[in-house]
Design a protein around this ligand. Structure first.
Ligand SMILES: [Cu+2]
Length: 607
């Protein structure tokens, strides 16, 4: 009797506690609107709210970002996805409802996810995919992070089809706040007319030795102009699709948050007649520098300030895609075999910076920058360190855990498929049994399958050093989840030639995505302080899906002390059930046949 009473008492206390928690959360939380118009200046979110609830409904819709109508994977009906905006320290509670037919998972690119690794959004690594018809709530704090980020699908190659949008964390104490009047977000991306679920199986077809699929367009903030004379006769195509236009008022200053959300393309971004003052790289405030052109690779973000101090007129915004792979050559089968080899892409993507009072009917007559900075800019490389010096100075500690990653794209002799490798192992995610779930249920990650590319380090307060060596003739932009890192070395050469005495150990650049040069290397360090399973991968989406990814397993014991939320656990049951129900080829799941090892016998141009 006494025992029952005690249990009742405990239970009622638990219920009371939960009610109090519920009241607490709901008294400070509010539904929050997305910023849906990327061409309007940002408004700072109301600072009286610190927990912001968002809803993201994912559906397919026919859209024509570059004038060519195709099925686009949209977020709340739009592409690019709406801008997720919060203030420093805010919590984000975001309900994703999947009506795409495909499964999905959303990653918050650049967010540390301290103690919430299960909301990092990597399908088959940190979570099971969200099946079609289901909702999943991501709930994480942005901690003390500020700056420019983005969110995108991390389920196979799905973000290429449109599932991507900006994520901005405003800082009321931003050191550059007084240096601008307004701010805009500008996304740069490449664009295909065929869904990635058609292109990826072609890229992974046995015997295929071509390059990554050639893109059809480049987009500035989701808008581009396709030359419809190159479109198939039955395509719905408009050669006069709307230009990306950003409006400015003479005498005002604008912070532009530039995000490269591409599948594979490296851009040079510039605005005619307007120098840019570089102030932020990937959430890190940096010493300001004037530049005329900004190199941005996939996954990277920068903030620049421009001053509208020129004559009232229209000026070209330029986003030029650089061919980082050698240009196609008709005598080389590697090129003629390449998917979409006949693409009529215009690599010189343009938009308009329009002054208030300027003509709305005439095109700009402005000239592209050709000053010393622009002419000396190295193609397919990052800005050099001297442009990326953090405002808050720091010194990387000595490394306690050191890894060397040899990364390459090459044919796999066993199945004749061209894959991405890290130390001769190509990553294959386990969608129905993610590494995170396995570790939290007590599995020992040191016994994981080789194809999970696991690297484990447990040194408390230690420091990881990773040397990435790229043996290919193309660049690989590598992105780290869960951390920013110090970039202490970067150059050409292979391991024996890396000179440690050249390492930059005094206030080196800090960021989360870097270009590893062709036949070159990058050396990064970061503190061991975020227990979890963190992806480290090439952000050229084709290379990632070809297996160029590792998972970094940090502080196992501390990690295993965390408890996987019930909804994250339940997601795997839902996913496993949905997989049992699905019929290959009939389920409408566009990746279904690929995942089940039955590649589509589908024409190169079919959609
Ligand atoms: Cu790559």
């Amino acid at each position: 009797m006494k025992t029952t009473l005690t249990i009742q008492k405990i239970l009622s206390n638990i219920i009371l506690f939960n009610i109090l928690i519920y009241i607490f959360i709901n008294s400070t939380a509010a539904n929050y609107e997305w910023n849906t118009d990327i061409f309007s200046t940002l408004t700072i979110p109301d600072s009286s709210i610190t927990t912001r609830k968002f809803a993201l409904n994912l559906t397919r819709a026919d859209l024509a970002p570059d004038g060519y109508t195709r099925s686009v994977w949209t977020s709340n009906g739009q592409y690019p996805g709406p801008i997720l905006q919060v203030n420093k320290g805010d919590r984000i509670i975001l309900n994703v409802t999947n009506n795409l037919v495909d499964p999905t998972a959303i990653h918050w690119h650049g967010i540390f996810q301290i103690s919430t690794n299960w909301y990092d959004g990597v399908a088959g690594q940190t979570q099971c995919p969200i099946p079609n018809g289901y909702s999943f709530v991501y709930n994480f704090s942005t901690g003390d992070q500020t700056g420019t980020y983005w969110w995108h699908s991390h389920y196979l190659s799905q973000y290429i089809d449109g599932l991507r949008g900006p994520l901005i964390i405003h800082d009321p104490d931003d050191p550059y706040l007084k240096d601008y009047d307004y701010e805009y977000v500008i996304t740069l991306s490449d664009w295909y007319h065929s869904p990635s679920s058609v292109l990826l199986p072609l890229r992974l077809a046995p015997g295929y030795r071509g390059r990554n699929p050639i893109v059809d367009s480049g987009l500035i903030s989701g808008r581009g102009q396709y030359n419809c004379s190159a479109a198939p006769s039955d395509a719905e195509c408009n050669s006069d699709s709307p230009q990306p236009i950003y409006k400015v008022v003479k005498g005002k200053k604008y912070r532009l948050r530039v995000i490269n959300t591409s599948a594979q393309s490296y851009f040079w971004f510039s605005i005619d007649s307007h120098q840019m003052t570089l102030i932020e790289v990937e959430g890190i405030n940096i010493q300001s520098n004037k530049i005329s052109k900004l190199p941005v690779h996939v996954g990277q973000r920068y903030s620049v300030i421009i001053s509208a101090d020129q004559e009232v007129d229209n000026y070209y915004i330029r986003a030029t895609i650089l061919p980082c792979e050698p240009p196609p050559n008709t005598t080389d089968t590697i090129d003629t075999e390449t998917i979409n080899y006949n693409s009529s892409v215009n690599y010189n993507v343009t938009g308009i910076l329009r002054y208030d009072g300027a003509s709305e009917s005439s095109l700009p007559t402005s000239q592209e920058w050709n000053d010393e900075f622009a002419t000396n800019l190295a193609s397919c490389r990052d800005l050099n360190d001297s442009y990326l010096i953090p405002l808050t100075s720091s010194t990387p500690p000595n490394a306690t855990d050191t890894f060397v990653f040899n990364v390459t794209v090459r044919p796999d002799n066993t199945d004749n498929i061209t894959k991405g490798f890290i130390n001769n192992s190509s990553f294959v995610p386990d969608l129905s049994s993610p590494s995170l779930n396995q570790i939290l249920s007590g599995e020992d990650p040191s016994a994981f399958a080789t194809s999970l590319n696991s690297y484990i380090y447990d040194t408390e307060d230690g420091c990881v050093q990773i040397t990435v060596i790229n043996t290919n003739r193309v660049d690989h932009p590598f992105h780290l989840h869960g951390h920013v890192f110090w970039l202490i070395g970067n150059g050409t050469g292979i391991l024996g030639e890396i000179d440690e005495t050249t390492f930059n150990l005094e206030n080196p650049p800090v960021r989360d995505t870097i270009v590893v040069q062709p036949q070159g290397y990058s050396v990064i360090r970061y503190k061991i302080n975020n227990p979890g399973v963190w992806a480290f991968h090439c952000h050229i989406e084709w290379h990632l899906d070809m297996g160029m990814s590792a998972q970094l397993i940090e502080l196992r014991k501390e990690f295993q002390n965390l408890t996987l939320p019930e909804d994250a656990k339940a997601l795997c049951t839902e996913y496993q059930n949905s997989e049992k129900r699905s019929v290959p080829g009939l389920a409408g799941d566009s990746y279904g046949l690929l995942l089940r090892g039955k590649r589509r016998n589908i024409g190169r141009w079919a959609i």
